[in-house]
Write a protein that binds this ligand. Structure first.
Ligand SMILES: Cc1ncc(COP(=O)(O)O)c(C=O)c1O
Length: 397
């Protein structure tokens, strides 16, 4: 007999949750976990944040969906607020990160098309990247394990080693349209692109007439202590994909663009049925109300530092289990020495949720609203888990 009617595409943990509050989440049998997975950096304001619950339920009583055949006031408002707080002039709302990337890729190609250079459609990407699971975004990410068996790889993506600026310069040709990069790789193993490299990418784009596309699906909306991670490097992209944290748990994404970059996206060139619907916009606006509050982003940077210091002490005590700490703000990773799946399992036994990533890293992505006390509690649990992994490995040796 089959296990379930669901696709077997996910290796799910044997946990089913029923309710959550803030940084805590509770299973159907009443066990409480400290949630430092946050739905993979999605529950930016934790679970059941009163402001988000109020915004969603109020909208749910009025209007759910109208389609983009009509004006959607909440969408116009959120678009204007995102533009006012970023480099962007224009926004296209989607339902997911991959769709935001698809929109950015299409916008970059159209830009060169309307400039009279349709041959410029190729995009340079980086090893270890993750941009989603659509056919174009698996081609952009370039990872063999995600491409295998899905027919010809979508044409037009040239991949270079992570943070290899000479390789980028060499890869630029007459057909290059854009460079696409995550300022801080998430799935790839919490790898930060140095600020100097991001600036160099901006220069290369300017010199060669390319568009710089940032994927801030995971690193955006306050995660690193700035509204968007690229602000640390003091550069601006031409296009940016956003999702995850902007919806606080409601599925939504956005492609942000300058007027110039978006000039090819004329009526009829792109569309979506659900993107930007009133429910999503109500939640997105409510998330921004909190994230843009005076001092909220500074607190993330401060709490990130507190967490990093705590984690560094654990790594110092258990170098045989944790090699080091990576990341910025509240987007941190344990570079594991023991298999990250073993460390993840030990954390689960300590009732702490974390997310595995590439390069044998375990991601710690707490809600941005996490308290100092919860951070200290997480560090204590990670300490206990590391001790348990050491004890088991010794017993097995
Ligand atoms: C950096 C990055 N880009 C794109 C995506 C794809 O987003 P989604 O799963 O919402 O399509 C993800 C998801 O993990 C991501 O981390």
């Amino acid at each position: 007999m089959r296990e379930s009617a669901l696709y077997e595409t996910f290796a799910r943990q044997p946990l089913a949750f029923e309710r959550g509050e803030g940084s805590w989440i509770e299973t159907t049998d009443g066990t409480r976990y400290l949630d430092f997975a946050a739905g993979i950096a999605v529950n930016s304001l934790g679970h059941a944040h009163p402001h988000l619950v109020a915004a969603l339920t109020e909208q749910a009583g009025k209007l759910w969906h109208v389609s983009n055949l009509y004006e959607i006031p909440g969408q116009r408002r959120l678009g204007e607020r995102l533009a006012a707080n970023t480099f962007a002039d224009k926004v296209f709302f989607t339902n997911s990160g991959a769709e935001a990337l698809e929109c950015a890729i299409k916008t970059a190609r159209r830009y060169h098309f309307v400039n009279g250079a349709p041959e410029r459609y190729r995009i340079i990407t980086f090893e270890g990247a993750f941009h989603g699971r659509t056919l174009a975004t698996i081609a952009a990410g370039g990872q063999a394990k995600y491409l295998e068996g899905f027919g010809p790889k979508v044409e037009g993506f040239d991949q270079v080693p992570f943070d290899d600026m000479d390789a980028v310069a060499k890869a630029i040709g007459a057909e290059t349209a854009a460079i696409l990069v995550e300022p801080l790789q998430g799935e790839g193993g919490i790898r930060t692109l140095p600020n100097a490299s991001l600036r160099r990418l901006r220069e290369l784009c300017d010199r060669h007439g390319l568009l710089l596309i940032l994927d801030e699906v995971q690193s955006g909306v306050g995660r690193t202590g700035k509204l968007f991670a690229h602000e640390w490097a003091e550069i601006e992209p031409d296009l940016m994909a956003v999702a995850k944290g902007i919806g606080g748990g409601f599925p939504m994404g956005a492609c942000l663009a300058t007027d110039e970059a978006a000039k090819g996206m004329t009526p009829g060139t792109h569309g979506t049925t659900f993107g930007g619907n009133p429910l999503a916009m109500a939640v997105g606006n409510a998330v921004l109300d909190v994230v843009l509050e005076e001092g909220f982003l500074d607190e993330i940077a401060r709490k990130g530092l507190l967490f990093k210091q705590g984690l560094a002490a654990v790594a110092d005590a258990f170098p045989d289990v944790i090699e080091g700490i990576r990341g910025e703000g509240l987007m941190l990773g344990l570079k594991c020495k023991a298999p990250n799946s073993t460390v993840q399992q030990a954390l689960r036994e300590e009732r702490l949720l974390a997310v595995p990533a590439g390069d044998n890293v375990l991601r710690l992505l707490p809600p941005l609203t996490v308290s100092d006390e919860e951070i200290r509690e997480a560090v204590a649990r990670i300490h206990n888990a590391a001790a348990a992994v050491r004890a088991t490995e010794k017993a097995d040796a």
